[in-house]
Design a protein around this ligand. Structure first.
Ligand SMILES: *Cc1c(COP(=O)(O)O)cnc(C)c1O
Length: 409
């Protein structure tokens, strides 16, 4: 009799987005005349930029003739893209990352979910709380997280680092030393960041303790402030302790196109073994390369035209973020994020729970957001709104929110 991987059975149901969908559907049924505005989405909505569409068309045509047809891509990515990434994202920022330290993939979710495979099953992980669920769930599947406590919403063998208004959303060094430290900067869901000095603390800590930082920089393109690092390799010492994940999803709208990359410096060695070599082996065995067509589209992200168009796209979303941020402030709310990230994290007013505020917002304003408690126990009492809607809907949603009877003082 075959036995299944029982770790999968330990995963608590992913109720967050299904519960939201159920509640929204029930509301629409009861209020067919109301226009519901969704500010809960973590997906982009703007169409692909013209430079990217042009590159896609060009690459599709290439595939139609024998001379320019491309079969399997190199496992680790085409040299043209890896060299461009190394130059544009790293060398130009003074970070000595080589093209051969970049692994092109089909997105950051796969990479930050799969990376744990190259580490021992007894490694202890540390995550920020609230957190992007992939980091924890992928370790649950690998049997690394211990027992789930329904009451606290915590795993017995996961180190939770609360990030709340009380510590300005800056995780504190844990009492128990973790092996793997997941950091997401700028952060999903809180929209907050770490400064170079704050990140340096973690790099020093990881080097001192032989830990590895798994650094998710999916929202790098949204950074506006000077003292926020665009890559962890801006921090001295990061090359001996950090793996960085990047995505084309949020900077270029590739959520449905699929492209990302992971950086593993060759100096990153643990237990006498190069993590770069392990990941190369893993990639070579389980991944057959991101499609040629998509990697060509990725090149357009770095063209002069593409850069200009994407700068506008990011600015479009950040104008929404600004509308949400300022509107909530005017409504008297305590608001975070929204400056270096397309997420606004608000403290739920009046001591309500995240879900109580969800219901109220839907009932009184027909606006949908995401309860903070869905991202971890320390998200309770907070609420996430995203800047990924249209400008018109965002403005309308915030106008409605400001008029909510229970928010008016
Ligand atoms: C959206 C997102 C990603 C990107 O995932 P892709 O698979 O590249 O689309 C990665 N990490 C975080 C925290 C995200 O929010």
């Amino acid at each position: 009799m075959v036995k299944i991987n029982e770790n999968y059975l330990k995963l608590p149901g992913s109720y967050l987005f299904s519960t939201i969908a159920k509640k929204v559907n029930a509301y629409i049924e009861a209020n067919p005349d109301k226009k519901v505005i969704r500010l809960g989405i973590g997906d982009v909505t703007q169409p692909l930029a013209p430079a990217i569409i042009e590159a896609l068309h060009g690459a599709v045509d290439e595939m139609g003739s024998a001379e320019s047809f491309h079969g399997y891509a190199p496992d680790l990515g085409y040299a043209f893209l890896r060299e461009t990434i190394a130059n544009e994202d790293y060398i130009s920022r003074g970070c000595q990352i080589g093209a051969d330290e970049i692994f092109v993939s089909d997105g950051a979710k796969s990479d930050c979910g799969n990376i744990q495979e190259i580490f021992d099953e007894n490694c202890t992980i540390a995550v920020c709380d609230p957190v992007y669920p992939v980091y924890v769930d992928s370790n649950v599947m690998a049997g690394r997280t211990g027992v789930y406590d329904e009451v606290t919403g915590k795993w017995s063998n996961v180190i939770y680092m609360p990030c709340t208004a009380e510590n300005q959303f800056v995780p504190e060094l844990p009492e128990r030393t973790p092996d793997l430290i997941y950091l997401c900067v700028p952060n999903n869901p809180t929209g907050t960041t770490l400064t170079r000095d704050q990140l340096k603390v973690w790099v020093d800590y990881a080097n001192k303790n032989g830990a590895v930082i798994l650094y998710d920089a999916a929202y790098e393109a949204y950074i506006a402030e000077e003292d926020v690092p665009h890559t962890i390799y801006e921090i001295e010492g990061a090359k001996t302790c950090a793996i960085e994940f990047r995505s084309f999803s949020k900077n270029a709208g590739f959520t449905g196109v699929r492209l990302g990359f992971t950086v593993i410096p060759k100096e990153l060695v643990r237990g006498g073994t190069s993590l770069h070599a392990l990941w190369a082996r893993r990639h070579g065995t389980k991944f057959n390369g991101a499609p040629y067509i998509i990697q060509k589209a990725g090149m357009a992200v770095y063209s002069e035209e593409g850069k200009a168009q994407l700068k506008e796209q990011v600015a479009y979303y950040m104008r929404n973020a600004n509308v949400i941020y300022n509107g909530l402030k005017e409504a008297g709310c305590e608001v975070y994020g929204g400056v270096n990230a397309p997420y606004i994290w608000l403290k739920v007013p009046g001591g309500m729970t995240s879900w109580e505020f969800f219901d109220l917002l839907l009932e009184e304003a027909s606006v949908v957001g995401t309860p903070g408690s869905g991202f971890g126990p320390s998200g309770e009492g907070y609420f996430r709104l995203t800047a990924f809607g249209t400008y018109e809907n965002t403005v309308e949603a915030i106008e409605r929110l400001k008029k909510m009877p229970s928010l008016r003082k």
